[in-house]
Design a protein around this ligand. Structure first.
Ligand code: PLP
Length: 402
């Protein structure tokens, strides 16, 4: 058995590295469920989640992962037999739509290209076809974690409005919250779904849902069987109802600390840091790609996610091998290809509690792995990433200033 020293690096697009501050904040004794200190902490977490999502809507926290938050959203606003429209973005839109089918919703799939963002014109056309307005909801993935592509939510919302369609607009921002601007109220988003373990710098274990007034009103007519997920249960007066039973107390303490860190840095600074780190990653991949074996999945630069980069590998290059060697030899965790991209892509997460040196470590380890595996690549990717970060200092907003 080989002993590995030094810190393990986590560059998967979820879960992400958890800051020591957050872990330390969770190291507290469990409490009486009605301890005022805990109740105050919980209340502030609900309020600050509204600030992060830019909404005055109702926030719900579940002891779950993102899948739980997905189910909570669907179960609260739909009834069995309801039609929902799901524009395909990649593995995560497929998974959410499979969940909708499991809940007996009728899914209309709008086929999409895994290398491009959702086309708003297509969405408008699809909704206009629905003359009887039977579609009850549109399910949008904000950042598709499988492809590394971020959809333009205001444009998509406008498409729904141009079609004059009353469907609810539901957005999964699991891989985008805390990495890129998100304006739930201004952008007309009725239901938001997210989770703790990606850009929000918490451990896995909290599912987060927000609902506006329209969603809460539609909810009153939902006949989907539910109890744990039910918003009505959670909106009752007693404190223990908020979590439908025992609260995940230590997770809430971690959340409090993560939210403090978010506001200390400031959302605009956080988004800028993510832009710089994503740009550095893209710069590295663009250099490596010159040898013709690797390529960025997201063709259109402005559609590239600031949270995750998906790198395609040519036939004959085993992407899983790159991932395995990086993890087992370099102690750098990367994401694998998902769905159609299984074995044909690997993914680098650059979101959450991440700075330039942490990213450089990942990129350098990838470059070393490519060399080790004799995979053709053009050298100099890491240098390009360093250059990108150093240049960003010139506009006074680089990671050096954080
Ligand atoms: C990670 C992720 C999910 C699922 O989250 P889990 O916590 O793994 O259940 C859903 N949607 C997107 C876009 C994600 O990136």
């Amino acid at each position: 058995m080989s002993v590995k020293r030094g810190r393990k690096f986590l560059n998967t697009p979820g879960p992400t590295h958890v800051p020591d501050r957050v872990m330390n904040a969770m190291h507290q004794p469990t409490l009486d469920l009605s301890d005022p200190y805990f109740l105050e902490t919980t209340k502030s977490c609900f309020q600050d989640t509204q600030k992060v999502l830019n909404t005055s809507g109702e926030v719900f926290l579940y002891t779950s992962n993102g899948h739980g938050a997905w189910e909570a959203a669907l179960a609260n606003v739909f009834s069995p037999g309801d039609k929902v429209l799901v524009p395909e973005t990649g593995n995560f839109s497929n998974a959410w739509s499979n969940m909708a089918k499991a809940l007996h919703l009728e899914v209309i799939n709008m086929p999409g290209n895994w290398r491009r963002a959702i086309d708003p014109a297509l969405l408008e056309k699809e909704l206009k076809k629905d003359k009887e307005q039977e579609i009850k909801g549109v399910l949008i993935i904000h950042t598709e974690t499988a492809t590394g592509i971020t959809n333009d939510l205001p444009l998509l919302r406008r498409a729904v409005d141009s079609a004059n369609h009353p469907a609810l607009f539901l957005v999964d921002t699991v891989a985008a919250a805390g990495t890129v601007d998100y304006q739930m109220d201004n952008w007309g988003i009725d239901v938001t779904v997210t989770a703790s373990q990606k850009g929000l710098m918490m451990p896995p274990g909290l599912g987060i849902v927000a609902a506006n007034a329209k969603a809460l009103s539609v909810h009153q007519h939902s006949t989907m069987p539910k109890l744990y997920w039910d918003w009505n249960t959670r909106l009752q007066a007693e404190d223990y109802r908020k979590f439908c039973g025992t609260a995940p107390q230590l997770m809430v303490f971690g959340m409090r600390e993560a939210l403090d860190m978010i506001f200390e840095e400031g959302l605009e600074n956080i988004y800028e840091r993510h832009r710089v780190l994503a740009g550095a990653t893209h710069a590295a991949v663009e250099v490596w790609s010159q040898a013709g074996t690797l390529s960025l999945n997201a063709i259109e630069p402005k559609e590239r996610s600031t949270a995750v980069t998906t790198i395609l590998t040519d036939e004959g290059v085993d992407a899983n091998m790159i991932r395995d060697v990086c993890r087992d030899e370099m102690m750098v965790g990367l994401g694998g290809g998902l769905g159609n991209l299984a074995g044909k892509a690997f993914r680098v997460g650059h979101m959450g509690d991440m700075n330039a040196p942490m990213l450089f470590a990942a990129l350098a380890s990838i470059e070393a792995t490519l060399r080790y595996l004799d995979i053709k690549f053009a050298p100099g990717g890491v240098t390009a990433a360093i250059e990108h970060v150093a240049q960003s200092k010139k506009v006074g907003k680089g990671p050096f200033s954080y």
